[in-house]
Ligand binder design. Sequence first.
Ligand code: BGC
Length: 744
Amino acid sequence: MILRNLILAAGCLAAVSAVTAKEPSRVYLDPEAPLEQRVEDALSRMTTEEKIAVIHAQSKFSSRGVPRLGIPDVWTSDGPHGVRPEVFWDDWNQAGFTNDSCVAFPALTALAATWDPALSLLYGNVIGEEARYRGKDILLGPGVNIYRTPLNGRNFEYMGEDPYLASVMVVPYINGVQQNGVAACLKHYALNNNEINRHTSNVHVSDRALREIYLPAFKAAVDSGLWTIMGAYNLYQDEHLCHNKRTLNDILKGEWGFDGAVVSDWGGCHDTPQAIANGLDMEFGSWTNGLTSGLANAYDNYYLAQPYLKLIKEGKVGTAELDDKVRRVLRTIFRTAMSPVGGYGSFLSPEHYEAARRIGSDAIVLLQNNGSLLPLDSAAGKKILVVGENAIKMMTVGGGSSQLKVQREVSPLDGIRAAAGNNAVAYARGYKSEVRGDQDGLPAQDISDPRSDKELADEAVAMARDVDVVIFVGGLNKNPHNDCEDSDRPDITLPYGQDSLIAEIAKVNPNIVMVNISGNAVAMPWIKEVPAVMQAWYLGSEAGNSIADIIFGKVNPSGRLPFTFPVRLADTPAAAFGEKAYPGIKREDSDIYDIDYTEGVLVGYRWYGTKKIKPLFPFGYGLSYTTFEYGPMTASAKEMDADGEITFTIPVTNTGSREGAETVQFYVSDQKASVERPAKELKGFEKIVLAPGETKTVTFTVRKPDLSFYDEAKAAWVAEPGRFTVTAAPSAGAKGRSATFTLK
Ligand code: BGC
C-alpha cells in the first residue's frame, strides 16, 4: 500500500513538472504581478477566436473567459439597489433558484438625499459584499444621469439634479463596491435623461451643458478609479451612445484616460463597424432570444462576434482595436474574478439590513411639520389610521431592471405597527393601482381588492373621522408611467385619485401626515391642508422600519432633497421650451426623435433660481425635529489670485432641544459674466451632527475651478475676474449667509 502511494505521488510530481516545465511562467496567473504584465501575458497567449469570444455575451448576463487558459467567465448582475436574482441562460426570467433572495437597499435618489458620503461608502461596500458572495464580477450600477425632467421614469435610479452632489455621492459607492473585487459599472453614459423613445432619442446639447451638467459625475467616477462603464441606449450626434466616437473615444478614453471596459446597455449595440471603431468593449443583450434566432448560437451573431471575426479574416479591419478591447476585458477580470482582493463577500447579513435601515431613515426628507405634528409619541395611547396602497405595496418588484427578489421587505404598515407602542393602528386602503402580473418570473404580490374606487375612498374618509392621526402612505409606485424603466410619467400629479382623497380626508381630520413614496417630484395641491409631509423614496428591505423610525422620532430626520419639487410641470425647465425640448420631435424619414436641451445649463435649481420661479420645495431642502441657526460668515481674504484660494467659515448652532444633523450647503454666484450663468451653483457641503445648544464651525475653501464655466470657444474652463458671492445656506431656496470677494 505504502509503495503504491509512493508510486502514485511520484507520478503526480512527474505530471506537475511536465506542465511547469512546458510553461515556466504564466505571469497572468500571478496575482502579485503588475496588472499590465498579466494583461500582456494573457493577451499574447490568446487566439483571435478567443479574443472575439471575450468581447460579447455568451448568455443573458455573462460573457466567456478563456477556458483553455483557466481565465474565468465574466458574470454581471443588476444593480444598482441590490443583486438581482439569477436568470435563465437565455432570457430575462428569474431561474427559480432558492438561494438568491437578496437585501434590497434604498434607491439611489434616497442615497443622494442623505448628502452623506460616508453612507455612500457603506452602501457600496455592503452591496459589493452581496455581489461578491453571489459570484458577480460586474455590478450594473450605480447610475448618475442628471434629473432633467420630473417625467423621466428612471430618475429614482439616479442621484438627482446637481452634478456636484452626484459626483460627491457616487465616488464612495464605487470605491465601496470595488474594494470587494467587484467592478462597478457606472450607467448610463451619457445624456440618457428620458425613457420615452429611449432607443431613438437623439440629443442636441451645448458643449457647455455637456461639460457643466451632464458629464461631471461620470468624470469624477473615472478619476476615482472606475473599472467599467455602460453606454446609454439613446443617440448623441446621430450615433448611439454605446458606440459613440465623441463620448467614448475622444472624451472617456482620450481626455479622461479611462483604462477599463465599456459595456453596452442590453441591446444598445447596433452596428459592427461603429462598435469596432468607437470604443465599445463588451456587447450584451443584443438579442433577447438566444437559441431560436440567429445562428446555431445566437450569441455568435452579435455585432462583435462572427461579423467582426469575418471582417478581420477578410483583412477588412486590423486587430489593433480588438487587442485594445481584450486588454480592457482582461483588466476587468484580473481586477475582479482573478483578484485576491475582496475575499468571498457576505450575503443577507444583519449588518446589511442595518445598513439598509440606516441609509433609509437618513434619506427621508421632512418637507413640512406644521404645529410639530411629528414625531408621534409611541406611548401616547392614541388612535392612528394608516391610509393608502403604498402602505402595503411591495416596491422591490417592478420598475424594470432594478427590481429584486428579496428575502424580506418590511411594508410601511408593518413598520408603523411594530413601532406604534400603545397606539392603536387601523388601516384603510383608500385607493388602488392597476393590478400587475408576474415581473420577469417574480411573483406579483396579490393585493387585488374587488371594491370600487369610491368604496375604498369612502371607507378611508369615514374611518379618518374617528382617529387622532391619519398617516397617508401614497405617492407613486413601480408600475409603468410611475417610477419605472422604459416609460415616462404623463405629468407630475399623483395617480389613482390620491389628490382628491387626501383633500377629503384633510377636511374630516386635520391631523394628517403624508408619507410620499416616490423617486420623483410630485405636485401637492393639498399642501396647505396637510400639516406634515415626508418624502420617503423607495427604501428597500427595511422601508417600513426606516419610515417608522422617523414618524416616531427614533431618528431625527436629516435628509435633504437632491432635486427640486416644482409647483407644476409647466414651471420645469424642459417643459418651458415645448415639444422640441421634451420629448423631442420625430424626423419625417426615420423613427429618430431629436431632443434639444434648449435650457442649456439651467437645469434643476439653476433654472428656478435664475428665472425666479418659486418651487414647491427647493433643492437641498429638508427639516429636522430640531432647529439650526447660521452665524455670520467670515472669509480669509477679500481678493483672490487665479491660483489662490479663500476659506469661508460659518458657525452653525443647534437651537432646539434634541440632537440633529444639518447639511450646510455652499453656493457660488458669479455677479457678472460674459455668458449667462446660473444664479447660484453648489460647490461644497458638509453634514454635521449637533447636540442641543452645540455650535460647530464649517469651512469651505473656494478655488478657481469652483468659479469657472466651460468656454465653448476656447474648449476650456474659464474663471473670469470679477466679484463672486459665496452663500452658506440650508437649501438652494434659502437666503443663508453670504460673503463676497474679487477674483483678480
Ligand atoms: C437597462 C440597464 C440594465 C440592463 C440589464 C437595460 O434595459 O437599461 O440599466 O443594467 O438592462 O438588465
